[in-house]
Design a protein around this ligand. Structure first.
Ligand code: ZN
Ligand code: ZN
Length: 415
């Protein structure tokens, strides 16, 4: 019996945390190492773990009898109890049939309801990006209650705008009345703008990261200047942190440095400044577009000083964007980043080995097809044009009937 290679390898790699060398997850590592899209990589990891409890599906995948697409769909619902039945579905139907039956199955599954809630919560998102024409495009999914809140707020904002417009129309020349009435969609866009304005006006979020954190570091000057100087620093309103942590916090912040004399008295209070001036920060965001750590791609970065600001003012070349996690490991876990003479960033693992942006590809044998054939032969695999074919002969698929027959909790029974 051939082992389901790729999946068991991924599973073992994940179980041993082989990816835990600066990467966020097994999926992030796969994305970096093999070039999978991050969503596809997450699915591989999920399927790999699911197949551990589903030996028949794993076997069918390994023997080429079920496509990965079918197995991926079936592992969303299969349990050791229902595996056999679902394997039959996979053999009989096309990938589309399987997908539809799995969807129907999930609707049936009452336990899935609870999971559904959790999934909705996990899947909340709001993305903003600039379209080709320079307009900001917004796409998101909000939990129902947050969505209700937003709709509510938009309605209120629309009404406020409407009233404002009416008041202005009262004063203005009547010639303007012929101006086009904005569509609902346009009104919504205006309303969102008003919401943002209002929120900022009332100060819930002052803006750039440099404004967000104001670090008051009470420190002996040498700790910031010497990157390997030991010692602790005290943060205003919050315990003591290591010298390295204080350097990380100070990388991208507003700072007020107070120097202390030997007796502990403050001898000098510097003016509040940004460690990365706004113009430089904009240039940095534009150049780096998110975290530069290999394989990360997180869009939100903190400015990291490759050469610390305490040892000279920042320049664009002395900075790199890193996400929160990778900024932490660079300061506190021994990962290193340097800028090469050609301007490229070079990351290194704590043991000094380089961590390339794109790993080198494995060597391909001269005749890869023959190598693959020999391996299949050794595994006793016979693959031909009919191996992965479904048994479907063109009959109409009635998903509801199929679920009635198949699902253990359906009235029709079937277990
Ligand atoms: Zn830093
Ligand atoms: Zn990162």
């Amino acid at each position: 019996m051939p082992p389901p290679r790729a999946c068991s390898i991924i599973r073992e790699f994940d179980n041993r945390a082989g990816w835990n060398t600066g990467f966020r997850s097994c999926a992030a590592w796969l994305s970096w190492r093999v070039g999978l899209d991050i969503g596809a990589a997450r699915e591989r990891v999920r399927v790999a773990h699911a197949l551990e409890r589903l030996p028949r599906l794993a076997q069918a995948l390994a023997r080429g009898e079920l496509s990965y697409a079918k197995v991926r769909a079936l592992t969303r619902v299969a349990t050791p109890e229902t595996e056999e039945r679902l394997l039959a579905v996979g053999r009989a139907g096309t990938a589309d049939h399987v997908e539809r039956i799995v969807r129907g199955w999930r609707r049936m599954d009452r336990k899935a309801e609870a999971a559904e809630d959790a999934r909705r919560h996990r899947n909340r998102s709001l993305e903003t990006y600039h379209g080709d024409d320079g307009m900001l495009v917004i796409r998101g999914r909000l939990a129902p209650e947050v969505g209700a809140l937003l709709v509510h707020a938009l309605t209120a904002a629309r009404e406020a705008l409407y009233q404002r417009a009416r008041a202005q129309a009262g004063d203005a020349a009547p010639a303007d009345v012929s101006a086009e009435t904005p569509t609902m969609a346009q009104q919504q866009a205006d309303a969102l703008g008003l919401l943002a304005e209002t929120a900022l006006h009332h100060g819930i979020e002052p803006g750039t990261p440099g404004e967000r954190y104001q670090v008051v570091v009470h420190v002996d000057a040498p700790v910031l200047v010497e990157s390997d100087a030991p010692g602790e620093s005290a943060l205003e309103h919050g315990g003591r942190v290591s010298a390295e942590t204080s350097r990380r916090l100070a990388c991208d912040a507003s700072r007020v440095v107070m120097r202390h004399g030997r007796d502990g008295r403050v001898v000098e209070v510097a003016a509040r400044t940004r460690t990365i001036p706004p113009a430089l920060r904009r240039a940095l965001d534009h150049r780096d577009r998110g975290c530069r750590f290999p394989g990360c791609g997180s869009r939100f970065g903190q400015g990291h000083h490759i050469r610390h600001w305490a040892r000279g003012g920042p320049t664009k070349l002395s900075l790199a964007l890193l996400c929160r996690r990778h900024h932490r490991i660079v300061h506190e876990e021994g990962y290193q980043v340097d800028r090469q003479p050609d301007g490229e960033l070079q990351f290194r693992r704590p043991d000094g080995r380089p961590l390339p942006q794109v790993p080198s590809s494995p060597e391909v044998p001269d005749d890869p097809v023959q190598v693959l054939r020999r391996r299949h032969g050794a595994d006793g695999l016979v693959l031909n044009g009919r191996t992965g074919m479904s048994g479907w002969l063109g009959e109409h698929l009635n998903v509801a009937d199929a679920i009635d027959v198949l699902h253990p909790m359906a009235d029709g029974g079937g277990s």
